[in-house]
Design a protein around this ligand. Sequence first.
Ligand code: GLU
Length: 464
Amino acid sequence: MSEPKKIVTRFAPSPTGFLHIGGARTALFNWAFARHHGGSFLLRIEDTDRARSTQAAIDAILDGMHWLGLDADEPPSFQHAQAARHVEVAEQLLADGHAYKCFCTAEEVEAMRETARLANQPLRYDGTWRDRNPSEAAPEAPFVIRFKAPQTGETIIQDAIQGEVTFANAQFDDLILLRSDGSPTYMLSVVVDDYDMGVTHVIRGDDHLTNAGRQAQIYTALNWPLPVFAHMSLIHGSDGAKLSKRHGALGVDAYRDMGYLPEAMRNYLARLGWSHGDEEVFSTAQLVDWFSLDAVGKAPARFDIEKLDYVNAQHLNQAEDADLTAQTLALDADLVPFAAQLEAAMPLLKERASRLGDLVADAAFLKAKRPISVDEKLAKHLQDDNLAHLSALQTQLEALQNWSLEPIEACIKAYMEAKELKMGKLAPAFRAALVGNSQSPGIFDVLALLGRDEALGRIKDKIG
Ligand code: GLU
């Protein structure tokens, strides 16, 4: 029995803009599929459009993939660098009678375009040079090389997501393989590169489905085996319309800046089109274990930022305290002197957080400077009898042998019981004195986390 063929997938972005959510999902599916099968995941930068490709976009793609943990198994390849190979294949197609030189002038092609426009038809090359002898052209006349596409019959693709897709060959005209300046077109380059890189599965957005029909014809003309095609439905916004910036379709870097964890992004992006039973929250190891193209749905997935927040909150809750502490310190250097308290607070902070920024905000009480400035809303609780209670409790708390959560809580509760006070009355006063606003864990925890001197000092500042 022959060895099963090694699975090779690729992500092939055009570096003309940032790495957006759709691109990130395409990369993830290719990565997960390769990982599941012990194959390779490759990155090909499709930089053939020289005018629109930028180094900044290449960097954004590499950064975004790295942050998402989707590094390719080999250094990226650059499509433009393979141009000579693409020309060689175009010439082979020409020599084999699967392509021909077309000498139509720009005016002639424009006239075809105009005719098509008037008839309300898509632009089609009319085949003027398909069967003509190139010797009929003026010497030195510029030409393009066109693919001699089959004109009758059907091209059929067994798409791993869309099922069997049939294209009537009559719908395809003879596409350009090499432009008059000798540069290869995308349709040729993508076929040659996928073949040369040994790509076994082409997983991408269904905006490329028709291209797959055209590409399949080129594979067939070259006598190359077809890869498995798998075309995912595009992502829509929560209102069902095609995803746009308005829906939160930003670059991956924006999600990093908003405080989402890469593992949560992988989890959420995987659920945009793929599912495993009812599982909503899962680890990357589970994703790799479970991933299959059979479980990718045909219906467009809806991007929902609230669901992303939910998934992120779950992953924050499961993350290691030390790791989250480091990430929080990276976001707010002012917390560095309080690193130990921050880590001690992390089990509480992460339970309340949806994004990393929430950890920073909820930890701000640690670094607040005495005397604590108090929100207008809370200031009213620092009056009259509340101040007397705080003062009495300050004395009792000072006497505690052991400054930790349980004795602190027991001390305050005993006092309230004796005085027949409700927590709702005293808690805002403590909060005002210790934090100054409503953003922090509960006040017993805040007291314990601040430490005896700082906590009692903050109270003392307020009772005068
Ligand atoms: N470069 C193409 C794009 O960014 C993708 C080509 C492909 O995946 O075959 O849309």
